[in-house]
Design a binder for this molecule. Structure first.
Ligand SMILES: Cc1ncc(COP(=O)(O)O)c(C=O)c1O
Length: 387
């Protein structure tokens, strides 16, 4: 007799992770791969973080649980980071350390929303937002943020439609477009949410990775938003699985209970290492010109018809290319590119179920040498296609 399987079986796969799985298998079989599918810096965490981790290894307490919200020393250090970067005082008791920001989203969704509630998200957008909402019985409300909308969702149109959601989740810099909201735009979003009673979740995990001025946090404009951040991107610590949230006061007790029940605590030893990360801005800032150089190598090196009307990419490390000149099946197209060139790229349908069919996302988080190899291989391959 067939045993019960939940509706979760219907949840779409996270395609970037699927492509990475396939690419890693090919690599294990000896294929010379270039990874443009995943948003993962090729550089290690700062030296002081590795030193702090090594110093923690012999201490017994490093190998035990921390409290659910995370080590107070790390939470206090995150609070100082808000003062240093944004000139905002943040009570450290509102800060929760999570296993990657990924679990932060789960805490945010479950603590602030009930089954059937609606959260608006920008399309194209990070796939796990939508997929996790579906898993939790929350209804995603898709707001177009495509080239025609200047890559920003139009909140006035939402008011005009009379369809005000319970929550709004936005990212800046955004994935997959790299679009960065100006501070006045962010302020307007925060005011809009407060005016309409919409709980804002602001994904700030690409903060620090902007090619212009540093952006403000939503905390500057509202106390009711949930802020999500991570050690994965700017801090180059993807595999450490560490993130943080700044919670509004009213959600702190629920978030703490959820953390205790869902994962007990984030990895204690990694938290001990992460405290040192906030002393390393100078070292980490040195990666930014490389990301910018990588972006420019892709933009200048790939043919215009392959990039199409791509988003500005003023931050994060992604190019969202319009490949409609070549395909309306981005999954098959990315598969062929992987098989025939060894360049792994994420199909746009991961981020946008409709227009993503004609888009690809290229990550330029890696080494510049890899970006150059990818450009060469893609150009050689495109030349063969056009013959
Ligand atoms: C926009 C965005 N949010 C959240 C995450 C999750 O990152 P992590 O769980 O490593 O903090 C990612 C990962 O790529 C992302 O691009």
């Amino acid at each position: 007799m067939a045993l019960k399987i939940s509706q979760a079986r219907e949840i779409p796969a996270f395609l970037a992770m699927q492509v990475m799985k396939r690419a890693n298998e090919m690599q294990a079989q000896g294929v010379d791969l270039v990874h443009l599918e995943i948003g993962q810096p090729s550089t290690p965490p700062p030296a002081a973080v590795l030193t702090a981790l090594a110093a923690s290894l012999p201490q017994t307490a490093s190998h035990g649980y921390s409290v659910g919200m995370g080590l107070p020393d790390l939470r206090q250090r995150v609070s100082v980071h808000y003062q240093d970067w944004y000139h905002r005082p943040v009570d450290w008791q509102r800060i929760a350390i999570t296993p990657g920001s990924s679990l932060g989203f789960a805490i945010a969704f479950i603590s602030a929303f009930d089954k059937g509630d609606r959260i608006a998200i920008a399309t194209p957008g990070y796939p796990a937002y939508l997929n996790l909402m579906l898993a939790l019985g929350i209804t995603p409300q898709l707001l177009p943020a495509r080239a025609e909308q200047n890559w920003m969702p139009d909140l006035d149109a939402l008011v005009a439609s009379g369809d005000i959601p319970d929550g709004l989740l936005l990212a800046s810099p955004a994935n997959p477009t790299g679009v960065v909201m100006r501070d006045d735009e962010l302020e307007a979003v925060c005011r809009w949410c407060d005016k309409h009673g919409v709980r804002l979740i602001m994904d700030e995990i690409y903060h620090g990775l902007t090619f212009g001025a540093r952006t403000q946090t939503a905390l500057a404009y509202t106390n009711s938003a949930i802020i999500i951040n991570s050690f994965s991107k700017y801090f180059c610590m993807t595999g450490w699985r560490l993130g943080w949230m700044v919670l509004p006061e009213d959600l702190v007790p629920t978030a703490e209970i959820l953390a205790q029940n869902m994962y007990i605590s984030a990895a204690t030893i990694n938290q001990l290492g992460a405290i040192a990360a906030f002393d390393c801005y100078d070292e980490l800032d040195q990666h930014i010109p490389r990301y910018q150089e990588n972006r420019d190598l892709l933009c200048r090196g790939l043919p215009a018809e392959f990039l199409g009307n791509y988003a500005p990419s003023d931050g994060a490390f992604y190019l969202y290319a319009d490949v409609s000149a070549f395909t309306d099946d981005s999954i098959a197209f990315a598969d062929r590119i992987l098989a025939e060139t060894g360049v792994a790229i994420t199909p746009g349908v991961d981020f946008d179920g409709t227009e993503g069919r004609t888009h690809l996302r290229l990550s330029y988080a890696g080494a510049t040498g890899d970006i150059k190899r990818a450009v060469q291989r893609l150009n050689d391959w495109l030349a063969i296609q056009q013959r």
